[in-house]
Write a protein that binds this ligand. Structure first.
Ligand code: ADE
Length: 236
């Protein structure tokens, strides 16, 4: 039997983002960890302009809502066309819609999504998207918080960043994602670096002691203390 050697098995993900404002999404992925994830082959990111799939002579992607009311609605045709095209090319494990009325993004959702192969993300705009897209294509709806953004692009950037950094090999030191706030249900403890004293402000003695048992215990206590005061809901 041929067992692939883990050393040569690169874990990777393909993410397709559907948007009417592609320029908004280039910068968050062209620097630092997100850039490295792509150059190292962990992330294949494709940004698609929904307008390219409009059959309207003015490249329109929205229309008035049936029943009247303020605000335009994103039309079904160009979005369905691009989703159908992508689905014919490969299987997608999730087709996510970024919307303020979705499930609030939590670390557990990021952890689950980081194990997927191919995902698609649709960014909403205007008054929303024709409900038939949500009913027929969308498998998951995500909000990045209880406030309304001008569109789903910034939410999509937050989602992709929080997921991609968890793919094994993306961060230099893999354990640093495991010690993030929220991974153990607690906020992170305070951290310090040199100098040991600055204008009378001292680094806690225990961190300089070299006693790693004591240091671990101190960090656990501080993480719990911080969670109790700032996010008691996490302890429920
Ligand atoms: N689009 C508009 N507001 C949003 C939010 N809070 N989360 C995700 N997508 C959005």
């Amino acid at each position: 039997m041929n067992i692939p050697c883990l050393k040569y098995l690169i874990l990777s993900m393909r993410i397709d983002i559907l948007t009417i404002l592609p320029d908004l999404l280039h910068s968050p992925f062209s620097d630092s960890i997100m850039k490295r994830a792509q150059t190292k082959g962990h992330l294949e990111l494709k940004i698609h302009n929904i307008r390219d799939y409009s059959t309207n002579k003015h490249n329109k992607v929205d229309d008035y809502q049936y029943g009247g009311g303020a605000g335009m609605v994103m039309s079904i045709e160009p979005i369905a066309a691009i989703i159908e095209k992508l689905k014919a090319e490969r299987e997608y494990e999730e087709i996510i819609f970024m919307t303020p009325d979705g499930e609030i993004l939590e670390q557990s959702i990021c952890n689950d999504l980081s194990l997927k192969g191919n995902i698609m993300i649709l960014c909403g705009h205007y008054k929303g998207v024709d409900e038939r897209i949500r009913e027929h294509y969308i498998t998951k709806e995500i909000s990045i918080g209880s406030y309304v953004l001008s569109g789903g692009e910034l939410g999509a950037a937050v989602l992709v960043d929080s997921v991609v950094r968890l793919i094994p090999g993306v961060l230099n030191d893999e354990t640093s994602a495991l010690t993030d706030s929220f991974q153990d249900g607690l906020l992170s403890p305070p951290v310090y670096t040199r100098p040991p004293e600055y204008n009378g402000m001292k680094v806690p003695e225990v961190l300089l002691s070299g006693d790693f048992g004591k240091i671990d215990k101190w960090r656990e206590e501080k993480a719990l203390e911080r969670t109790k005061t700032r996010r008691p809901d996490l302890l429920d």
